[in-house]
Design a protein around this ligand. Structure first.
Ligand code: NDP
Ligand code: HSE
Length: 438
């Protein structure tokens, strides 16, 4: 059988990796797909840039639309990133009847509903395994491997850059900006790295996981997002003392109250496997009613780990070329007419978590009692307290750290306001949410 001809838009970190993997593993891939997969065309921004891969035998162009409009190509792989040009190109490829593979989580999270509708009309596949957690086949696992379950919740370290930064800061005491620069040099970070450190990239990925886990529409606007820039070394130390570790976690749950989607620094018990996922590695825990908790682990970013997912999508598409569109695995795991379009998404104030609170207080008798009274009046139960003596002898301030049991965020907000108004409390409280993941 003739090989399937494909075109790649973008030959950067991921595009270069895809060409390398397709070339190196060509015969193994053909054995799996039933046909060879041949990159015949690709587009880049700058033709004279040095590439990670050989471009021998590939027609290179600076005009991605030429690739999308090339009638010899059956599959277009979008690895440009961004949401404007990428959206135009993907929609045009679909309109031209081509299957699409993309690693672009921003595109899927923001425009996926539209893209999948168009793909459905045209009877083509849009595959996006690489969009979430790099090399971990988490989309396939949820969409197919766990399809017998009602999924209760999922939690993931789904941004390699931030996990790399937090790990290097904790283990080696390195500075934030220094580690971020290294993550950029290694090809982990997004074109705009604020997407990584402010949690936007993780929220894009979590939006996708939420849709395929619960059968709800992609709704990036419903995601609560908080980055890692305000994490203090002191909090890392207190967390350790309480038996926890701070991770930048994406968490989604579907309950009778509604759907929650949130990305924020989170204290997780050190004993959980996911608390020990370090560096650029990612991990996702999925809790289903039948299977219980399952953990998926692997490299979350980088050239070839991401290429691994793109190429497995290519193999899947090639295997499905002869399958009738209505018999294919649905894009978002649930049949399009069975997606709960009217699902309620919860605001962060409506969500329940445990809390870690850290505050500075004047070293006076009765402060702790006043704080405990405020928490108790708000119905908030204390789990653990640590009061550090003043660092300097005769100093007048000390630090209090408290862990609470679960409480609704709006109740905690009121209590925090009251504590901050105590005359003995200095400045603002630090608050980090706690999840025990059981
Ligand atoms: P790069 O910046 O390394 O590569 C982007 C490629 O697209 C380059 O070849 C660039 O051309 C080309 N390009 C960029 N803008 C345009 C444009 N406007 N028109 C035409 N071509 C353009 O990005 P990555 O490979 O890192 O990321 C690609 C996608 O994969 C993104 O959506 C990203 O979020 C996603 N992703 C990345 C991962 C990673 O670890 N890096 C992991 C998982 C997903 P030129 O080379 O000439 O500049
Ligand atoms: N910037 C992303 C990360 C790339 O660091 O996780 C992988 O999606």
């Amino acid at each position: 059988m003739k090989p399937v001809k494909i075109g790649i838009l973008g030959l950067g970190t991921v595009g270069g990796g895809v060409v390398n993997v397709l070339q190196r593993n060509a015969s193994e891939i053909a054995r799996r797909a039933g046909r060879g997969i041949q990159v015949t065309h690709a587009s880049v921004r700058n033709l004279s840039k040095k590439r990670l891969c050989s471009t021998a035998g590939i027609v290179l162009s600076e005009r991605p639309m030429d690739v999308v409009n090339n009638s010899d190509l059956e599959i277009v792989v979008e690895l440009i990133g961004g949401t404007t040009r990428a959206r135009e190109l993907v929609l045009k490829a679909i309109a031209n009847g081509k299957h699409v593979v993309t690693a672009n989580k921003a595109l899927i999270a923001l425009h996926g509903n539209e893209i999948f509708e168009e793909a459905q009309k045209q009877g083509v596949i849009v595959a996006f395994e690489a969009a979430v957690a790099g090399g971990i086949p988490i989309i396939k696992a949820i969409r197919e491997g766990l399809s017998g379950n009602r999924i209760n919740w999922l939690a993931g370290i789904i941004n390699g850059t931030t996990n790399f930064i937090l790990t290097e800061m904790r283990e080696k005491g390195r500075e934030f900006n220094d580690v971020l620069k290294e993550a950029q040099a290694l090809g982990y970070a997004e074109a705009d790295p604020t997407f990584d450190v402010e949690g936007i990239d993780a929220a894009h990925k979590l939006t996708i996981l939420t849709a395929i886990a619960f059968g709800v529409p992609l709704n990036f606007d419903a995601a609560y997002t908080e980055g890692i820039t305000k994490i203090d070394r002191e909090d890392v130390q207190y967390a350790e003392q309480f038996g926890y570790r701070i991770k930048h976690l994406g968490f989604a749950r579907c309950s009778s109250k509604g759907v929650e989607i949130r990305v924020h620094p989170t204290l997780i018990p050190q004993s959980r496997l996911i608390a020990n996922v370090n560096g650029v590695m990612n991990a996702v825990v999925v809790n289903g009613d039948a299977v219980g908790s399952t953990l998926f682990y692997g490299a979350g970013a980088g050239s070839e780990p991401t290429a691994s997912s793109v190429v497995s999508d290519l193999v899947d598409v090639v295997r499905s070329l002869t399958v009738d569109p209505e018999n294919r695995v649905p894009h978002l795991a649930f049949q399009p007419d069975a997606i709960h379009q009217k699902s309620k998404f919860l605001a962060i104030e409506e969500i329940e978590t445990g809390f870690y609170l850290r505050m500075k207080a004047n070293d006076q008798t009765g402060v702790l009692a006043k704080i405990a009274t405020i928490l108790s009046e708000a119905g908030i139960s204390i789990d653990a307290v640590s009061q550090k003596p003043p660092m300097v002898e005769n100093a007048k301030q000390n630090t209090i750290a408290i862990l609470t049991h679960r409480v609704q965020e709006q109740q905690m907000n009121l209590a925090i306001k009251r504590i901050e108004n105590l005359p003995e409390i200095i400045g603002k409280l630090t608050r980090i949410r706690v999840e025990n993941l059981i």
